[in-house]
Ligand binder design. Structure first.
Ligand code: NDP
Length: 328
C-alpha cells in the first residue's frame, strides 16, 4: 500500500481532494514505475486540484505535474531500478496520474535522468516552474539579450523567482515586477537589482510604444501587463511568454513588432523533446546557485496540497513549494 492525493468528482460535478491509500495495480499502465520522493505545486496543479478541473481528463485523478524519485521497476532498457529520474510535462498530472503519490508509473520517454549536481529534492525545488524559467532564459539567449535590464514579471512566483536567480547569476541586471511590495528583500536576495511595482505596468498608458527600456523579458503574467511591456522593449529585444497569471487576453497592437522588431517567443515546457529537456536540466545544475534555490523553498506534505492549490491560484504562493510525498 502507498499514499496518494486523489481528486474525485461527484454526480453534481463537485470535486474533492483527499489523501488515500492505494495499491500498485491501480496505477496506469506504462513502462517505468518510480518511487516518488518529491513533487511541487505549480499553477496548473492548482487548477487540477481545485473545482476548475478543466485540465483533468478523467476522475478519480492523481495530480502533480512533476516529480523526482528512484526507478523501482522498468520494462525499458534506458532505465533500471535505482536510477534517479526527474519528470516534467507530457500532461502527467492532467491526462495521466502524476506525482502527488508515493508511486508513479509513466512512459520512459517522459523521464530524464537526474543531472549530476542535483539531488531529487533540489530537482523539485526547481520543478516545472524552474525548468520553464531555464527554457525562457535559453530562448532569450538564442535571440540575443540587449543592453538594458531583463524584466521578469510575476517575479515572486515560481517561474519568476527562478528566472530572477538564473539571470542574475549569468550577470544580467534583473528588474523584478511584483504586486507584493513585502517581497522586495526576497527578490533582491535572489539577485534583482530593480523592483518594479505591478501598478507601474498598468493599462493607463494607451501609446503602443514607450521608451526603449528592457533588454529582454521573462513574462509569467500575460494579459494587459504583457501588452504594455511589448511597447517598452529595446529595438530587436525578445519577450519569453510563459504564463497567464494576469489573464489570457492580449490587448496589444502590432506596432512593437513592426517598428521595434520585438520578438514574442512562446515557451512550452510540456512537449519539449528529450535533448532539450536534458540540456535545460544540465544548465539548471550549473547556472542556478543552490543557496538561492534554498531561499525560495517552502516544504509541504500531501495533506497540505488542497490548501496550497487554492493559494497558488490566488497568486499567494511565494517561490517554490516542495512536496515531500513520504512525509506527514
Ligand atoms: P505562481 O502563482 O507561483 O506565480 C505567478 C505570479 O504572477 C504570482 O506570484 C504573482 O507575482 C503574479 N500574479 C498573479 N496574479 C497576477 C495578476 N492578476 N496580475 C499580475 N500579476 C499577477 O505561478 P508559476 O510561477 O508557477 O506560473 C506562472 C504562470 O506560468 C502560470 O500562468 C502558469 O500556468 C504558467 N506556466 C507555464 C508553463 C509553460 O510551459 N509555458 C510552465 C509553468 C508555468 P507577484 O506577487 O510577484 O506579483
Amino acid at each position: 500500500m502507498f499514499k496518494a492525493l486523489v481528486v474525485n468528482k461527484d454526480e453534481d460535478g463537485k470535486t474533492s481532494a483527499a489523501v488515500e491509500e492505494m495499491t500498485l495495480d491501480q496505477l496506469p499502465q506504462a513502462e517505468v514505475t518510480v518511487a516518488v520522493e518529491y513533487s511541487t505545486v505549480n499553477y496548473k496543479d492548482g487548477l487540477c486540484i481545485g473545482p476548475g478541473g478543466g485540465l483533468v481528463r478523467n476522475y478519480p485523478h492523481v495530480p502533480g505535474i512533476d516529480f523526482a524519485g528512484t526507478v523501482e521497476a522498468s520494462d525499458d532498457d534506458r532505465y533500471k531500478p535505482g536510477d534517479k529520474v526527474v519528470l516534467t510535462g507530457w500532461r502527467v498530472g492532467e491526462a495521466h496520474w502524476g506525482g502527488y503519490s508515493q508511486k508513479a508509473r509513466v512512459k520512459a520517454d517522459w523521464l530524464v535522468p537526474l543531472p549530476a549536481g542535483l539531488d531529487t529534492r533540489q530537482a523539485m525545488a526547481v520543478g516545472t516552474a524552474g525548468f520553464t524559467a531555464m527554457l525562457s532564459v535559453m530562448a532569450l539567449e538564442d535571440h540575443g539579450i540587449k543592453a538594458g535590464p531583463v524584466l521578469v514579471t510575476g517575479a515572486a512566483g515560481g517561474v519568476g523567482s527562478v528566472a530572477t536567480a538564473i539571470l542574475a547569476h549569468l550577470g544580467y541586471k534583473v528588474a523584478a515586477v511584483t504586486g507584493r511590495p513585502e517581497t522586495e528583500g526576497y527578490l533582491r536576495d535572489l539577485g534583482a537589482s530593480q523592483i518594479v511595482a505591478r501598478e507601474e505596468l498598468n493599462e493607463t498608458v494607451k501609446r503602443p510604444l514607450e521608451g526603449e527600456t528592457w533588454g529582454g523579458c521573462v513574462d509569467a503574467v500575460g494579459g494587459a501587463m504583457l501588452a504594455r511591456v511589448l511597447g517598452q522593449m529595446e529595438y530587436g529585444a525578445s519577450v519569453a511568454a510563459v504564463g497567464l497569471a494576469g489573464g489570457a487576453g492580449l490587448p496589444a497592437t502590432v506596432i512593437p513588432f513592426l517598428l521595434r522588431g520585438v520578438n514574442l517567443l512562446g515557451i512550452d515546457s510540456v512537449m519539449q523533446p528529450y535533448d532539450n529537456r536534458l540540456r535545460a536540466w544540465e544548465r539548471i545544475a550549473t547556472d542556478l546557485p543552490m543557496e538561492k534555490l534554498e531561499a525560495m523553498v517552502r516544504p509541504a506534505t500531501l495533506a497540505d496540497l488542497p490548501q496550497l492549490g487554492a493559494d497558488i491560484l490566488k497568486g499567494q504562493v511565494q517561490g517554490r513549494v516542495v512536496v515531500d510525498v513520504n512525509a506527514g
